[in-house]
Design a binder for this molecule. Sequence first.
Ligand SMILES: [Zn+2]
Length: 389
Amino acid sequence: MNTKRFPDYRGSTPQLLPATVDHTTRFCRPARPTRLILSAILLAALGAGAFAADAGKAALEKKTSKDFMENPTGPFHSTTEQLIDEAVLRQHRSGKLLLLHINDVHEILKPPPKGLGGLAYVAGYVNQVRAQRKDTLFVDAGDILEKGDTMSRVSRGEASYRVLGSIGLDCTVPGNHDFVFGLDRLLENIKLVNLPIICTGMTYNDTKESVLPETMIKQVGSLKIGLIGATIGRSARSTRPVTQFANPELGQRINELAGKLEREVDLTILVLHNGTWAGRLMAKAAPAVDLVVCGHSNEVTEAPMKADTGALVVDVGRAGQWVGTMDLIVDCNQKKIARYTYEMIPMDHSKVQPDPQVARLVDELDRKWCPGNYLPKGSTAEGARTPQP
Ligand SMILES: [Zn+2]
């Protein structure tokens, strides 16, 4: 019986996460009927020796973030899939990558009094993983703004970007909500924290130049990872007018970029602020894309979905409640994912250690921008509450 609370990344052995993590030992809240059905599917799949049965996956893929909010701490599914035969893989150069991803934080910076999340917890988990695995890539798929903590609105996004800039992200993209104060303000906030943000399909009308870098290449462990950013966009009010691409131009541009990147990198990831339906569409338009990290629709892909091209498509709900964790082996000759294990890690306050620096920053920003939230010492009245995700 596995009694570890989190996947154990210690040691430098090339093993992936355990394929059969016993989540019931980690999360002991009573399961709802829907959970029982899922558990039964899972157990049946295990008993048959096929961990990820197609029927089970289909059922899992249909779940929404609302289902997970009803019972947010699990039990959770862990999916392992071998996509390239091990005998073939042994003859090729290969490398490992641990991808962590979040999306649609929506200003839930402070830990909610009940439930999961808070960016200090996300950062704490990421740091814990990074301490054990140097080949970690941490990505956010956009929509840091709107619907959450007051400090973010009062500061016109500054508080959110200061916190987003402190959690160790390798790459992010703008979401439609991130244009709420206009493009000029978005660019100011990005500059404030030197945010590693990319986005294709958004060009200045006068020069036709891209507003943000369209791609980036990251050396992660032994692998070169190519990243392309894209967003569903929103009318980007700006003193310098811009044009935003819609389909099919957006798909065509992503395809051009993915084709160029593939010559240089081992794996190509599209970070897309749009739902899994659009993610699969973009992957079809750009067959060199191996993995699409989605956002916007607040879906929860407890098991990765597949595009027609075989690209994996993931989306991890909203509000930093979970961190999607995908442990990958990449075939560098074929430039394809050879094997992966995927699971969602809940940001459960009783199980994750928050990062103290991020926690302090969130507290300082809240006191600076919302002093009215803090009542005089000795007062028994309740202060303003953190909104629920
Ligand atoms: Zn969105």
